[in-house]
Design a protein around this ligand. Structure first.
Ligand SMILES: Cc1cc2nc3c(=O)[nH]c(=O)nc-3n(C[C@H](O)[C@H](O)[C@H](O)COP(=O)(O)OP(=O)(O)OC[C@H]3O[C@@H](n4cnc5c(N)ncnc54)[C@H](O)[C@@H]3O)c2cc1C
Length: 393
């Protein structure tokens, strides 16, 4: 049963729990309140009118590939002494880096404060580096970020932009050991995100989306290709955070797929959001230096006694940590359509209605685990866009 869910869960069990009309419930233990149509659940929703997506390959504005920094044991958040420096590691967040960033940064900062830090150097300017740096500023520390690349050129900018706190976050065997810490991180992040709703440019917003399938819930055939591990799944631990997904009556939406499930979740408009984080950091007096480190010994030249290592997949090369496994992911962006306010997913493709473009991603591709190739394959994204177009045909 676990294997039946593997493909879908690698997209993020929390999102999966909310979204799946295709593969979940026949094999997952679902609390009764999360399934089924009740008059109360449908009240006020009616049959939505959905502005069509102009899904045409010539509207692709960019194709982006990045490697999720997956560790079987989950993120590395621990203190290491390197020569005279106290280095707090904060990397290895798989497909959940944005979602867990504030919670993970909070744990990393606690360790940094225990060293008696009066100032902090943060290595890395992605989701984890930026959020940890801002948390340190809020705790009263002067902070300098050192990174070889800055937004928009960091991997974090290539993410889908959804609340997916348990996407490829650890493997099944390590899940029990990570569970409590994961929940702490997820809940802390969640609280932080609530304070960013309604800000100019909508860096963070709620969306509704529709998961479409040819099969009733739990009756879709399993993915025959298993080339990723069984991932830890934690969504039940935070089931109280998001509204419950709702099975709409068959045929509710004008798509050829008969079965539809409506989900409600948080979306990160990553361009606006990352811009806001960088601006907030600089406005609070933060400094940024573009700098590349080739060996842990290079860190000894920095003036700060306490450092946070938020180098993501870069930690594999910099610290020789081969427990960081690249899980390749490719997204394409279509020209923004502000009138498209909903998300869509089928077993094959997902669309996220971000303000900087509609993010389109193939979901059922294989060969991505332990694949560090960041060369975009345009044909794959064009196929994803055509698959999206077929929904509106
Ligand atoms: C296709 C795809 C979709 C995703 N969707 C989501 C999603 O919807 N929600 C979600 O929560 N997560 C998602 N993720 C996961 C998320 O993108 C990552 O977990 C997150 O970006 C990791 O952030 P990071 O800050 O650790 O690493 P990075 O963004 O890679 O940042 C690392 C920083 O360290 C610097 N650095 C690295 N090595 C060195 C060095 N040697 N010297 C100096 N600087 C260095 C880099 O220049 C950069 O500034 C997705 C990932 C992929 C691939």
């Amino acid at each position: 049963m676990k294997h039946d869910r593997r493909h879908f869960l690698r997209q993020g069990a929390t999102l999966a729990a909310m979204a799946s009309a295709a593969t979940l419930s026949g094999c997952a233990v679902q609390p009764p309140r999360r399934s089924g149509v009740t008059p109360a659940a449908l009240m006020g929703s009616g049959v939505p009118t959905l502005a069509p997506v102009k899904a045409s390959p010539d509207r692709i504005t960019g194709i982006y590939v990045c490697t999720r920094p997956f560790r079987a044991a989950g993120p590395r958040i621990e203190l290491e002494k390197i020569g005279s420096k106290a280095v707090v590691h904060n990397y290895g967040h798989g497909g959940s880096g944005w979602s867990l960033s504030w919670g993970s940064g909070t744990l990393a900062l606690e360790l940094a404060m225990q060293t008696g830090a009066r100032e902090l150097g943060v290595i890395g300017c992605g989701a984890l580096g930026l959020t940890t740096a801002i948390l340190a500023q809020r705790a009263g520390l002067p902070v300098t970020i050192y990174a070889k690349q800055l937004p928009p050129d960091v991997f974090s900018m290539r993410a889908s932009g959804l609340w997916t706190p348990d996407s490829r976050i650890c493997d099944d065997a390590h899940a029990p050991a990570l569970a409590d810490r994961w929940e702490t991180m997820a809940r802390t992040s969640w609280r932080n995100y609530q304070s960013m709703l309604g800000l100019p440019g909508n860096p963070i917003q709620w969306i509704e989306g529709y998961s479409l399938s040819d099969y009733p819930r739990g009756q879709a055939p399993p993915d025959p290709v298993n080339d990723e591990p069984d991932y830890g799944e934690f969504h039940e631990r935070v089931a109280d955070l998001t509204p419950h997904s709702v099975d709409l009556p068959p045929g509710s939406l004008p798509f050829k797929q008969h079965y539809t499930r409506r989900y409600t979740t948080l979306m990160f408009n990553i361009s606006t959001y990352a811009h806001m984080l960088v601006t907030d950091f600089l406005t609070a007096g933060g400094k940024i230096q573009v700098r590349e480190f080739h060996h842990p010994g290079d860190l000894l030249a920095l003036p700060e006694a306490t450092l946070v290592n938020a180098t993501g997949y870069g930690a594999r090369a910099l610290f020789g940590d081969e427990s960081v496994i690249p899980v390749r992911g490719q997204t394409a962006r279509l020209i923004p359509q502000p009138e498209v306010t909903y998300g869509l997913r089928t077993p094959h493709v997902s669309m996220v209605p971000r303000s900087d473009g509609l993010m389109v991603q193939v979901l059922d591709d294989h060969g991505q685990f332990n694949n560090a190739d960041t060369t975009p394959v345009r044909a794959v994204s064009e196929e994803a866009v055509r698959s999206l177009a077929s929904l509106f045909a």
